[in-house]
Design a protein around this ligand. Structure first.
Ligand SMILES: *Cc1c(COP(=O)(O)O)cnc(C)c1O
Length: 445
């Protein structure tokens, strides 16, 4: 790729000094690192002013574009008052208001909000809390966790233990605690002639069978509601979640909804689990949130849980309390960015606006969906995904390069191509995204 001296110097320094995530650094001998100097809306700009459409929302975190004026203003205002304070024994307005407003988004059912700094820590927190709840409740044998085949819950050791993506997990397997994977309701795995819903019901049956035998040793089931992201945007029928919720209640096993990716409107409802009717009494026992929570501005995660769980920790004895802390817990700036993000959902009626926008994008993808190499084109809310057939090894990397050359940031997962753009993407930008992907696909074997 063509790049100026200024660009080249920065990427060379980055290659030397920065150990980039999820990256075989040797590939950067030939694959350039892209130095970004500023962002605006859906676009990222490099040192030369070349722009890239951020079709992956900078790893699924950005909601309202880069440099969103309202979030910027809220942060500037917060900076002038308080950047951070220890959250043990201290509190502040942004963390209180955020906890109240997140709880309100669950209809008040999940009334207690515990904070971490990233998605993986939220998962760690939920797993530890579930286990500790059972221990405090006189059931210390409930120590096992169940997740779905192909699930992804983060890459710290506890979160990786309940994940099932071979590339991330196999190398570190000797360090991990065992967990059980039950069949995934991913509708692409349905046998010929079996509907997504019937496949979901069959998978719920498999879960039931497992729980019948192992409920006494099981603390929780953790799921990514409706879309299993990192395994390749695997989508499932909401019936699975509804049945999983009922089974968990029947067998006294917690349901942890990992909405780190799916939360904040990404699947078309504010939380994905709402589409399965998991509200009121059927709400999950734990809800993990991160990524979009700050609109993509600052690292923050939250775990919401019920009064029942909270009450089991409330005691005179210190060791019955929840023993977990992160230095930046409840960071005031991050909470303020999250509040500004929630404000935008209200001010712009985002969920309704996205519905119309998503329909237009799907229409713009008509040619792509009908392309002879495209399989299983699927969409939910502001996510679009498909598999590409007849690919050569290294397809993901080559499509990434082909799209980047054309000014679009795509990051395929193996041969799954997906779009997860910021919600502010315009009709023109959607058209660019669809056309560029089609053109990049044509030249990428
Ligand atoms: C990204 C993700 C995580 C991990 O979040 P990090 O902030 O990257 O640690 C966990 N679960 C799901 C579903 C995710 O998509």
């Amino acid at each position: 790729m063509q790049t100026s001296t200024r660009n080249r110097v920065l990427l060379e320094r980055s290659r030397t000094a920065v150990w980039h995530p999820c990256t075989q650094m040797k590939q950067h001998e030939t694959l350039p690192i892209v130095p970004i100097t500023r962002g605006a809306g859906c676009w990222l700009y490099d040192c030369d002013g070349k722009r890239y459409l951020d079709a992956v929302s900078s790893w699924w975190v950005n909601l309202f574009g880069h440099a969103e004026p309202r979030i910027n203003a809220a942060l500037v205002n917060q900076l002038q008052q308080l950047e951070h304070v220890i959250l043990a024994g201290f509190t502040h307005e942004p963390v209180v208001e955020l906890s109240e407003r997140l709880s309100a988004k669950t209809g008040g059912r999940l009334g207690h909000c515990f904070y971490g700094s990233d998605g993986a820590s939220a998962v760690e927190i939920a797993l530890k809390m579930s286990f500790h709840f059972w221990r405090n409740s006189g059931q210390p044998a409930k120590t096992q966790f169940i997740s779905l085949a192909g699930s992804y819950h983060g890459e710290t050791l506890g979160a990786l233990s309940v994940s099932d993506v071979a590339l991330f997990k196999d190398t570190y397997a000797p360090l991990l605690r065992g967990s059980v994977q039950v069949p995934s309701p991913d509708w692409r795995l349905a046998a010929a002639g079996v509907s997504p819903r019937d496949h979901a019901i069959a998978c719920a049956k498999a879960l039931e069978h497992h729980l019948e035998q192992h409920h006494a040793a099981t603390a929780a089931l953790i799921v990514e509601p409706l879309v299993q992201g990192a395994t390749g945007m695997a989508m499932h029928d909401a019936e699975y979640l509804r049945q999983a919720r009922l089974l968990c209640a029947r067998f006294k096993v917690h349901l942890i909804a990992d909405e780190i990716m799916t939360g904040f409107g990404r699947t078309g409802s504010f939380f994905a689990h709402e589409q399965a009717g998991l509200i009121g009494k059927l709400a999950p026992d734990f809800l993990c949130l991160s990524k979009g929570i700050t609109g993509g501005y600052l690292p923050l995660s939250a775990v919401l849980t019920t009064d029942t769980v909270y009450a089991a920790f409330y005691d005179d004895e210190v060791a019955r309390g929840f023993l977990h802390s992160h230095s930046y817990t409840g960071n005031a700036l991050a909470c303020r960015a999250a509040l500004a993000t929630l404000d935008i959902f209200e001010q712009d009626d985002v969920i309704a606006a996205n519905r119309a926008k998503a329909a237009r994008m799907t229409a713009l993808c008509g040619e792509l969906a009908a392309h002879p190499r495209v399989r299983d084109f699927r969409t939910l809310g502001m996510i679009w995904a498909f598999e590409v057939a007849d690919t050569q090894p290294g397809f993901a990397r080559r499509l990434f390069e082909a799209a980047l050359q054309r000014g679009v940031l795509l990051r395929p997962i193996s041969n799954t191509v997906y779009f997860m753009p910021p919600y502010v993407i315009s009709d023109d930008e959607m058209a660019i995204l669809a056309a560029t992907t089609l053109s990049a696909l044509e030249t990428t074997p």
